[in-house]
Design a protein around this ligand. Structure first.
Ligand SMILES: Nc1ncnc2c1ncn2[C@@H]1O[C@H](COP(=O)(O)OP(=O)(O)OP(=O)(O)O)[C@@H](O)[C@H]1O
Length: 129
């Protein structure tokens, strides 16, 4: 069995543990990931407080999960670029900036979704009190 075969013979459980390891590396090494985690906890508390609907929970959970997934991909791209192009290269800059742009697009979309979902609840809170 060569090295390639050995890499391919990981069990599903081991592959899962690699993925969880990647998630922990992201949380430990990336400040933005920790900010997302903090924001996610706040958003979950607000959602429980307002008793948002199932559909709204689904949208919010996708927004939260998508943000973590994109931030992990962005960090992975940053590492690959740093590994393959430690010196300045215009393509390395484009790769990093485009990955950051993807995160920005999703973050702006998530904020808009958040305003659309929570605004009616916040409005109701102030009108009733
Ligand atoms: N090898 C490189 N070649 C060209 N430009 C680079 C290179 N490395 C980084 N850059 C540019 O410098 C910017 C900052 O790079 P850095 O590696 O600090 O990532 P970052 O996008 O600031 O990530 P973080 O969110 O971790 O702070 C990048 O967005 C990119 O425009």
């Amino acid at each position: 069995m060569d090295l390639h075969d050995n890499h391919k013979s990981h069990s599903v459980l081991r592959s899962f543990s690699f993925a969880v390891n990647g998630l922990f590396i992201g949380l430990l090494q990336e400040r933005n990931m920790r900010i997302h985690l903090l924001c996610s906890v706040v958003v979950v508390f607000i959602s429980v407080y307002f008793s948002i609907s199932i559909i709204e929970w689904i949208v919010i959970l996708f927004a939260i999960g998508g943000m973590f997934a994109l931030e992990l991909l962005n960090s992975a791209i940053e590492r690959v670029v740093d590994l393959t192009s430690p010196e300045y290269h215009p393509l390395a800059k484009q790769a990093k900036d485009m990955a950051a742009g993807a995160v920005l697009v999703y973050a702006v979309l998530s904020i808009i979704v958040g305003v659309l979902i929570y605004y009616p609840y916040i409005r109701k809170l102030f009108i009733l009190n």
